[in-house]
Design a protein around this ligand. Structure first.
Ligand code: UD1
Length: 420
């Protein structure tokens, strides 16, 4: 079992330059999109994180061959070998559900295990299923599997009852090979959805309204290969922004798209950090001595991302005053708070709200990472907690952060991975 050990210090000042990796949440749908064509899809700026290898294992079972050179992935599924994504793989990563739509659209059949419970609350997939049914799929849920069939999907109008990133992506991919026009309403606006649409357009898909709530897709018979760049990971970037704000640091983030971070930047500026947009896809963030408390409410893009909530709570433990953090996307997404309490934070939970009282000194302790972003919040807390913090079960961290401890170390943190 691997752990992370941090020797923290409230006097730590992170300094230096860090290169942000490609977005995990953009590469997963892009990999699934390769199911839509016989030809080769090449993806650049791929983060080599565990979730990527999990979806590649699913793709391999379905018939994919792939090679990885540095951060470029070449992927090809000449022939679909199997129509089934098994429980073992789906329960390892819920986003494997992204293969459902493209597999069904190309192969006419798709059997995908129903994802079970998840550490960040109930995560149903009813919106994916209803949407595919509207496109003509017959879907039966039995023995813990989604069994979907359709000779050829047909265009339809689908309005998502609520915003769903994965649901929007699954439906866009399926509709790209359906017969006729599909109109999707109330689509998610996340940059990762746009990045997927841009890949599909390169593959020959006819998509109108990219980046808007209403997307029109004219289905085509076949899609071809393409080469595509994965956008930078705005959540990894946001995590480093907070690391600098928290430690009165001076960090330059490179290879990012600052406009994807507008709301996070706005909140950090209000809290006192100085953030300067530099010309070359870079940002400089300088943390201030005084951190101002403020309330945040998570919401779909362009709102404050739920994937930054845990990290922001850590910053608020060091702010002067009380802040109210409201989580509207996922229920039970406060598991990190129990761990932060063990480090000395003063936080109370009332339903979907966490009331954070600042400023509390943190002291190092042994903790458990409960999910991906919770792990990142523990790393941040460990940096400024006096003494040693040990984070157990860091496989959660490895799911979505590429070499986080190496990057933190290069900025001056005393952090290491240990094996037991
Ligand atoms: C994606 C991101 C995840 C992020 C989340 C919200 C990936 C791989 N993961 O997850 O990091 O935290 O967006 O920004 O991109 N819902 C339903 N029925 C459905 C689908 C979703 O009720 O069929 C609900 C969910 O339970 C949740 C909300 O809708 O409350 C948003 O979920 P969704 O946008 O689908 O999240 P994911 O795509 O799973």
């Amino acid at each position: 079992m691997e752990k992370i050990r941090i020797s923290g210090n409230h006097k730590l000042r992170l300094k230096g330059k860090v290169r942000i990796s490609g977005a995990k949440n953009a590469v997963l749908p892009a990999i699934a999109a390769a199911l839509l064509t016989k030809e080769k899809v090449k993806l650049n700026n791929v983060p080599l994180v565990k979730d990527v290898f999990t979806i590649l294992t699913v793709m391999k079972e379905l018939g994919a061959r792939y090679t990885i050179k540095k951060n470029s992935l070449s992927l090809q599924i000449k022939k679909i070998k199997s129509d089934e994504a098994s429980y073992d793989l789906i329960q390892a990563m819920r986003a494997s559900i992204l293969v459902l739509g493209p597999l069904l659209a190309r192969y006419g059949k798709s059997i995908v295990a129903l994802p079970g419970g998840c550490a960040i609350g109930s995560r149903p997939i009813d919106l994916h299923i209803h949407g595919l049914e509207k496109l003509g799929a017959s879907i039966i849920l039995e023995h813990g599997y989604i069994n979907a069939k359709a000779k050829r999907l047909h265009g339809a109008e689908v309005e998502f009852e609520k915003k769903t990133v994965g649901g929007t992506e699954n439906l866009i991919m399926a509709a790209s090979l359906a017969q006729g026009e599909t109109v999707l309403k109330n689509c998610s606006l996340e940059p990762e959805v746009i990045n997927l649409c841009e890949l599909l357009v390169k593959m020959g898909a006819k998509i109108d309204g990219i980046g808007q709530e209403i997307i029109r897709i004219k289905g085509v018979k076949e899609l071809g290969g393409a080469t595509h760049d994965i956008i930078p990971d705005r959540i990894e970037a946001g995590t480093f922004l907070i690391a600098s704000a928290l430690t009165q640091g001076d960090i330059k983030l490179t290879h990012i798209q600052p406009e994807h971070l507008d709301v996070v930047i706005e909140k950090l500026r209000y809290s006192g950090a100085k953030i300067e947009k530099l010309k070359d896809h870079s940002l400089r963030v300088i943390g201030s001595e005084e951190i101002k408390s403020q309330d945040i409410t998570t919401s779909p893009y362009p709102g404050f991302p739920t994937d930054m909530q845990a990290q922001f709570i850590v910053l608020m433990t060091q702010a002067s005053g009380t802040s109210i953090i409201t989580e509207t996307i996922f229920d039970r997404r406060f598991s990190h708070i129990n761990e932060l309490l063990r480090l000395g934070a003063a936080i109370e939970i009332f339903g979907d709200k966490a009331i954070v009282k600042g400023k509390t000194p943190l002291s190092g302790a042994e903790t458990i990472a409960t999910d991906l972003r919770a792990s990142a919040s523990l790393v941040l807390a460990g940096l400024i907690a006096n003494g040693e913090t040990v984070i157990n079960e860091i496989e959660h961290l490895d799911r979505g952060y590429e070499r986080l401890e190496e990057k933190m170390k290069s900025l001056g943190a005393s952090i290491e991975r240990i094996k037991e």
